[in-house]
Design a protein around this ligand. Structure first.
Ligand code: GDP
Ligand code: MN
Length: 385
């Protein structure tokens, strides 16, 4: 789950990281009098690259602020991370403009190699960091930190040295890193990033931007984080799926997939790609999928106007294929499915499941095995562009 910059800054502040003051503005709010100028207006959308897309602006007066806010509210910002559809701006963060001397990058990620955390840092932070990561990866310094030892002063010392920072910034960097660390572990983050982490002309560290992503699998343990979710930013289908306990991720293809088990779902998507098609989603209905959940899954797939065909791939291990077949038929009948539905059933009570489908009179297209099912789905769903 992603959150906005203003929320990430508030969280960092709770962990002792000094963040710049800010005022959050919604569309209907009047602009408060106490704003100091020059001030930076920042569109709050779940995306980086706002600066380059015109979503971060410097204003010098109340009039300029009013004009810029008017332009930004309701605008669809297209950044290199949003895709062509962009994201609509509903909130703005107003923050005093800072005189910046140098921009650094600071990120924290899980370290899959060493089972700890990985600090990423660069003296070349700011808006070009993606390009630098690609073209000059040596300019990004990596520091693994084991969870047994935790973050120590020497980690901070090495880091500030590698970044070429003055030793007078050590204490500020330690406070920031310690706070980020504790936040990362306590809230089950999957990414925390400050870019730029700036050095001001008068020698202070300034948290100019902040980004935090939480591991969705850890969210159940943090009900307090749910209030940070912005429904405007979430995929409606993904929200519905979450409510129904389905593991669903929206993708950009034309073939709706309904599969039980994450591994089988991945394999199904790979197979579709192999035959030249593109899945519209990843969907794992779970090992214990009931008729009700299968119906809910159909509803979600059908609400996606890009879906031209549905591929159901069920392996009956825990779930019985006859129950799955009833779910499919129930959904097809109740929801008036008008697009082709290709079904591959295998495993427990598979024969019975196939018989139910055959005798239903509904136009469900059976497939004898997984690859035949994928091939048919690509035939009906169209090849990818
Ligand atoms: P992003 O483009 O979505 O990552 O948005 P950022 O919050 O990182 O802002 C983009 C850029 O605007 C930063 O890299 C800075 O160069 C610049 N910027 C943002 N706030 C300030 C500020 O207070 N003073 C100055 N001088 N530049 C700023
Ligand atoms: Mn940034």
């Amino acid at each position: 789950m992603k959150i906005h910059e203003y929320q990430a800054k508030e969280l960092l502040a709770q962990y002792g990281v000094p963040v710049p003051e800010g005022v959050l503005l919604s569309e209907k709010d009047t602009i408060p009098d106490e704003i100091r100028f020059p001030c930076v207006i920042k569109a709050q959308i779940h995306s980086g690259g706002r600066g380059k897309a015109g979503g971060v602006r410097l204003v010098n007066s109340a009039d300029e602020l009013k004009k810029a806010a008017g332009e930004l509210f309701g605008t669809c910002l297209v950044t290199r991370q949003t895709g062509p559809k962009g994201r609509t701006v509903h909130k703005l963060l107003l923050t005093p403009a800072e005189r910046i001397k140098k921009e650094y990058y600071l990120g924290l990620l899980p370290d899959f190699e060493n089972g700890g955390l990985l600090i990423l840092a660069s003296a070349c932070g700011g808006m070009e960091i993606e390009q630098i990561a690609e073209e000059q990866p040596d300019l990004i310094f990596k520091q693994p930190v084991s969870l047994q030892i935790g973050l120590r002063d020497y980690h901070v010392r090495v880091l500030t040295e590698k970044l070429g920072m003055s030793s007078s910034l050590f204490c500020q960097m330690r406070t920031i890193l310690k706070g980020m660390f504790r936040l990362f572990l306590e809230k089950d983050c999957s990414m925390a990033e400050i870019n730029p982490l700036s050095e001001t002309e008068d020698g202070r560290i300034h948290i100019t931007d902040a980004k935090i992503t939480f591991d969705d699998n850890g969210c159940a343990g943090h009900p307090e984080l749910m209030s940070l979710m912005d429904p405007f930013e979430e995929d409606e289908k993904e929200l519905k799926a979450r409510e129904a306990g389905l593991n669903y991720i929206s993708l950009s293809g034309t073939i709706g997939c309904m599969v039980n088990g994450a591994g089988l779902a991945m394999a199904t998507m790979d197979m579709l790609e192999g035959y030249g098609g593109r899945p519209a989603n990843f969907l794992d209905v779970g090992g214990s999928a009931t008729e009700g959940r299968i119906k809910k899954a159909f509803e979600i797939l059908l609400s996606d106007e890009r879906v031209r065909v549905i591929l159901v791939n069920i392996f009956g291990g825990i779930i019985r294929c006859d129950i799955a077949a009833r779910g499919i038929l129930g959904a097809a009948e109740d929801l008036g499915v008008k697009i082709p539905v290709i079904v591959r059933l295998e495993g427990t009570y598979a024969e019975e499941g196939r018989r139910l489908l055959r005798e239903s009179g509904l136009s469900v297209i059976p497939a004898e095995n997984m690859s035949a099912a994928a091939k048919k789905a690509v035939e009906y769903g169209g090849e990818s562009d």
